[in-house]
Write a protein that binds this ligand. Structure first.
Ligand SMILES: C[S@@+](CC[C@H](N)C(=O)[O-])C[C@H]1O[C@@H](n2cnc3c(N)ncnc32)[C@H](O)[C@@H]1O
Length: 259
């Protein structure tokens, strides 16, 4: 099924607050997902970094560990990387709100890219959150690091390397994991592999967030597998992102919410 059809199906089946009977999901949607949270000053600083990236046409080599880009081949630039990989303001601000609400002790992001989503998450986390983000491209990871320094975003540990090697090492050194944002390598087998690795270390209340669950048929299949997984209880499909709750606080249920 192509992207447009998937989107039309989402528009038909997605619900707003009125269709939600679960108290936990109702309050999450009302207070966090639909919240008009007052915006911290850091948002302007992060968005000014995004604008600077968009105007940066310096070349960067193609080193893609993940699923092939839909945006064609040719010389890559920082501008192009920003346009095609950074989370939109709307979804990045949702990540911030979720980060603030969930307040994890140990958080991971797979796929730093230029650091836009990492900066939003870090702004939402408390100073006590141990947050690590992994990026395979050293040049891009360096840009992210410099951007965070420039706007004084602290408490982010950027690890450069392939998820396949770095994620197991990181997990081995953490007592547990409470939050994972999966935003790199949008293929089924590796995504499910990273999920299982994180699951083995997940705390009871862990929240796993999957980006681009409708990006391709393969990612849609991945999302379907995740929903069926016996350790997954509540899932929320927001079309461009999917939330996975592992805590059996309520019966297993799948939601598609208009966002
Ligand atoms: C979609 S981008 C991340 C965007 C970022 N989270 C944001 O919204 O600002 C995905 C990133 O994951 C990286 N990546 C994909 N597969 C990887 C792998 N197996 N190991 C390391 N990095 C990988 C890519 O280099 C790319 O920069």
């Amino acid at each position: 099924m192509n992207f447009l059809l998937r989107y039309l199906r989402y528009l038909v089946y997605s619900k707003n607050l009125h269709g939600i009977h679960s108290p936990f999901v109702y309050s999450l949607v009302k207070d966090i997902i639909y919240s008009k949270y007052s915006k911290p000053k850091a948002f302007d600083a992060i968005e000014s970094i995004r604008q600077a990236y968009k105007k940066d046409f310096s070349p960067i080599d193609n080193l893609d560990y993940g699923a092939a880009s839909k945006f064609g081949t040719g010389q890559n630039t920082i501008s192009r990387v920003c346009y095609r990989s950074a989370k939109s303001k709307k979804y990045a601000q949702l990540l911030f709100r979720l980060a603030k609400w969930h307040n994890p002790d140990y958080a991971i992001e797979l796929g730093t890219s230029l650091g836009i989503s990492a900066m939003y998450q870090a702004t939402g986390f408390s100073e006590n959150t141990q947050f690590t983000t992994i990026e395979g491209h050293p040049g891009i990871a360096l840009k992210a690091e410099n951007a965070m320094k420039a706007i004084n975003i602290k408490h982010v540990n950027i690890v450069t390397g392939n998820f396949n090697h770095e994620l197991p090492k990181l997990l081995a050194n953490l007592p547990q994991v409470d939050w994972v944002f999966f935003d790199g390598n949008h293929k089924k087998a590796p995504t499910l592999q990273y999920f299982e690795q994180c699951l083995a270390k997940a705390s009871k209340n862990a929240l796993f967030i999957f980006d681009d669950i409708n990006w391709s048929d393969e990612m849609r299949q991945t999302w379907i597998e995740l929903k069926k997984h016996p350790k997954v209880f509540i899932t929320i499909d927001l079309f461009f992102m999917g939330l996975v709750f592992l805590n059996p606080r309520e019966q297993k249920e799948q939601f598609t919410i208009r966002f």
